[in-house]
Design a protein around this ligand. Structure first.
Ligand code: SF4
Length: 487
């Protein structure tokens, strides 16, 4: 019997694009909450929606673990949870129903619940945690297990006896992340994760966090949990956790999930010396801003095992970067890409289309930047107004009843963008076809002087090149036809 059954409501099964990619990561934030609950003396069990096929499995987990409290504790390190997708909200509400049917109180924590506590409370949640959750959850569990009132637990919303949503005083953030126990990885079916990764990608990747929050001000970036604050772990603690993960789970690769890795000057260099002192570093990918990347940082990243660094490049148009208050120059993206490549690190770009004021020339500037810098991978999205951002305030009057995406491939512009939503969906396809055609052409270019070195993988590349070139031409024609004049 568990004191608390923790689950999250991001079901990979319900997100077709990510389901197809088959790159599941365990819910790290939920695992932190579980390990903190244990430290406070509570027995914790885990329901892992990442590996589940339906909400019915939540009911099965309740029956199996017979918890006294249940909690939907979204993994705030997973950007997909931060997207507040409607399909996942629906799943969370269904999980609330099932906990109530089982007669167990349910607490909810996460970005969408922090933005809209009333939706979850009116469906039957006992309390919604506002902001960072571990300590608040443990305080709530203490109260619920001893049948005491929760009304004065800081950092929550609940329904008072008039059914009005009441918020308690906010709770200070955890300053010293190094004092938190390591995530409760023993609750995870790591064998299943390994099996999926090895089957689809030939290696096993695990996730790790070194920071929480971000101090920058990109005006579309929603930060319901941390706001502008950030906290960092010490490089030694992170190196120790990597050594611990290697010893217990032997991953081949790590995904460092931070919004921004190595936020403090000198951190990456210190981290590099810590991990190299422990032996051959484990390859990892992470996310940083272009303006953090100096020659020294690039060298230290390479030494510490970074094989791929993602940047929020967003746009190749300075006008759009300025409108987003990104605080970056397009030349920063150029300089960072070159430094990273010369250090042997692949670069990934997150690109965004449809920001208000973006013209066709701005879109072309973004396409041109990716042609020029040739990132090893791209992630393409459409601007998405989430509550609490200046972007949301700016377009709020234009939003209809649909204010969230259904899943991560929805790509609706829910405000009045320069072009109709269908144009941005086509641009999304166009960018991908162009990118894949270029990658295939590169992979084949080495064969030009040595055709006898062709292998089956080159045939696959050739087929991919032909397909993507044809699809690109079609996508470009469709976009140009659809685009017409700005709407
Ligand atoms: S740097 Fe990244 S995490 Fe920080 S505000 Fe900008 S987009 Fe958000």
């Amino acid at each position: 019997m568990a004191d608390v059954l923790l689950g999250q409501a991001y079901y990979l099964r319900f997100d077709p694009k990510l389901w197809e990619a088959q790159r599941p990561y365990a819910p790290l934030g939920t695992l932190y909450a579980a390990s903190y609950l244990r430290e406070r003396g509570h027995a914790a069990a885990l329901f892992d929606a990442m590996l589940a096929n339906s909400v019915a499995e939540w009911s099965e987990a309740i029956t199996r673990t017979r918890p006294r409290v249940t909690a939907i504790y979204e993994d705030s390190f997973n950007y997909l949870s931060k997207m507040c997708l409607l399909r996942m909200r629906e799943a969370a509400l269904e999980m609330i129903d099932r906990s109530r049917q089982a007669g167990v109180p349910i607490v909810v924590s996460g970005s969408d619940a922090t933005d809209h506590p009333e939706i979850y409370l009116r469906r039957g949640a006992t309390a919604v945690i506002l902001g960072e959750g571990e300590i608040t959850l443990a305080d709530l569990v203490d109260r619920l297990l001893t049948a005491r009132s929760i009304d004065d637990v800081p950092g929550i919303a609940f329904l008072d006896n008039t059914c009005a949503v009441k918020r308690t005083a906010s709770r200070p953030f955890i300053k010293s992340l190094d004092e938190l126990p390591f995530p409760a990885w023993d609750l995870v079916d790591t064998a299943r994760y390994r099996e999926i990764w090895e089957e689809h990608h030939g290696f096993y990747s695990m996730n790790l966090a070194t920071t929480r929050g971000c101090p920058y001000h990109c005006n579309w970036c929603a930060k319901p949990i941390y706001g502008q604050r950030y906290a960092m772990r010490g490089p030694k603690a992170v190196a120790d956790e990597i050594a611990w993960l290697r010893q217990h789970f032997a991953p081949d690769h790590l995904w460092i999930v931070d919004d921004v890795f190595g936020l403090k000057p000198g951190w990456v260099e210190e981290f590099a010396s810590m991990v190299t002192a422990q032996g051959t570093p484990l390859p990892f990918r992470c996310l940083m801003r272009a303006d953090q990347v100096t020659a020294d940082v690039a060298r230290a990243l390479a030494a510490s095992g970074c094989t791929m660094l993602w940047m929020g490049a967003e746009s190749g148009s300075q006008k759009i970067l300025d409108a987003m208050e990104k605080g970056l120059r397009v030349d920063d993206i150029r300089a960072a890409s070159r430094l990273l490549k010369s250090a042997g690190i692949d670069v990934g770009f997150f690109l965004q289309f449809g920001y208000p004021g973006e013209t066709w020339d701005d879109i072309e500037a973004t396409l041109q930047l990716t042609r020029e810098l040739e990132p090893a991978d791209i992630g393409v999205s459409v601007s998405y107004p989430l509550p609490g951002t200046r972007f949301y305030e700016r377009v709020q009057q234009e939003l209809g009843p649909k204010q969230n995406w259904i899943d991560s491939n929805d790509l609706s512009t829910m405000y009045k963008a320069t072009y109709a939503p269908e144009v941005y969906r086509r641009v999304h396809g166009l960018v991908h076809h162009e990118f894949r055609a270029r990658k295939s052409a590169h992979a084949l270019s080495g064969l030009l002087g040595n055709p006898w070195r062709a292998r089956p993988r080159h045939l696959r590349r050739a087929a991919s090149w032909i397909y993507n070139r044809a699809a690109l031409a079609m996508a470009r024609r469709r976009v140009l036809n659809l685009r017409g004049e700005p709407s």
